[in-house]
Design a protein around this ligand. Sequence first.
Ligand SMILES: [Mg+2]
Length: 215
Amino acid sequence: MKVKIGIDIDNVLAESYPAYLDKFNSRFDAEVKLEQIREFYFLNRYIEENSIKHGKEMVDFIDEMVFDEKFQLEIPPIEEAINVINNWVKKGYDIHYVTSRPVEIRKITIDWLKKHGFWVQKAKVDLFDSEKRYQSDVPYKKEIANKYRINVFIEDAIEIALGMEIPVFLFDRPWNQGKLTKNIIRVYSWQEIEKKMTTVLGDFGDKNFECGLQE
Ligand SMILES: [Mg+2]
């Protein structure tokens, strides 16, 4: 059976939060720093609390950026991920990108993946479809992981990592600090993920011998 790796996009492959913050700070003359983002929806809350002066313009900021094709295409990639993913493809692993971005920006998301060399052979991408009425992105990502029998997941959202029943590499970010369950490995670089991947797949293979996981 094939090894399938599930990979989140924003803040795992793409430096998204810094890109949104740059735009936000320059447009609204604010000074929100990445280190302040101790929970993922910090910026949403900040907007709620500070929108009196700027009104609707500030309230609509995140949505506007999500659907701004130029902005989306220009989000910088995390360069070190490109090599690691290509090495996995050479080993025969399947890559499945699973993002909470809305399904409406599927094309621009694929364009971005292509632009940076992430759109590897047989790559798949799933985006969040609000018509499917998931309560949040946690059950959505969990369902995709089950449906496609993804073996390992790479993520930055702690809620999603905690909701998964498979091993998860959690990319260390200011907003995902705190206690982790046994299936989660906190990591600081893509090189570290690459190094630890074989062990994680090995452990998983032992426990699920019938799956016959092999490289
Ligand atoms: Mg993310």
